[in-house]
Design a protein around this ligand. Sequence first.
Ligand SMILES: *Cc1c(COP(=O)(O)O)cnc(C)c1O
Length: 399
Amino acid sequence: MTSSEIIGMTQTYQMGNYSRNPVVFVRGEGTRLFDVDGREYLDFLGGIAVTLLGHAHPGVSQAVSLQVKNLVHVSNLFHVPVQAELGRLVSAATTGGKVFFCNSGTEANEAAIKLARKWSADRGKTGAHEIVVAEGSFHGRTYGGLSATAQPRLHKGFEPLLPGFRTVAFGDVAALEAALTDTTCAFLIEPIQGESGVRVPPPGYLAAAEQLCRERGILMVVDEIQTGLGRTGSILASEQFGIIPDIVTLAKGLANGLPLGAAVANDEVAASFGPGTHGATFGGNPVCCAASRVVLETLRTPGFLEEVRRKGHLFAEGLRKIASRREDIREVRGMGLMLAIEMDGETRELANRCLASGLVVNSTAGNVLRFLPPLTVTDGEIQQALSILEGSLPEGGRK
Ligand SMILES: *Cc1c(COP(=O)(O)O)cnc(C)c1O
């Protein structure tokens, strides 16, 4: 089939909810993607922070194929070795406590929302069911996740949403303090807002928020679906902000492209999910767990996270150098290998020009260009991406 036949088929038989680029990918290897016509691309989007270890990672491929041959699925009414072991690895790598496995980011947040409400109810705090979220947040597309997503444009046409969510300005400690009341059970926050354009909070914000939550007996729930698992240079971004979440949610890179999500809660909170309270048929699927075990073990390799930080600095420095030669780049920001440039105008056209030159990047929040390469990206690939980016910027914006 030709590329246009494949695109036509997608358009005929699938709903139009994605604005897809007219490119058909058939193979990946490391940071590289190959389209149906054999063209090569540098993947600096990584499935939106999903392919942490790059495409066709040999360790992941081997673990998956071995697991597929042995056992693909049994019900969570039974035990499976690889799931048991992954629970231990995820708990040990993050905040400690106990893990609930599911299949996606929105499901992980769904679990966190239910768990926070249940924990509050179990404490006899009747009416304390409200969850405070930040303006510009993104927590997923199911009704729980969407209700927690404080972006009116994503709500349009889908109302009424789930009640019990209150929105505060992102980064504003005083606003948060005023919003936390007797009816609040949790504060749900992304350490760095990804979909809203890699928005890094002001220094001290998250630590102050944690302090407020502790004082008032409110749960600190941190959505690390995009920032987590080494993306920012530590297993959780929370570590670098000096906070310890009561509940943390993970997904995206957790199984390097296989669907797996997790909510991790401290022992006291986790106890509220007793038998029959929550579940997911596919949650903690053995094949996904086998892939994820390789991800977690790789992140623990001595020097791996140090390398992520070093490459993040190298990449950010390159972006700053480009910005210094431009009038149309307002800011370079981010942490580790979660980086972005904010431009004066829309970035969609720029992303298209990069794609045409063989660099996959993402335009988000209108005027932001976001970079989420695999953590295994090489220095050479970073330099190559920087040069494609600079060559794709419009003539007009040069100093
Ligand atoms: C992507 C994302 C989600 C939603 O994950 P899905 O797997 O698409 O449901 C939730 N929160 C954050 C911060 C994300 O980046």
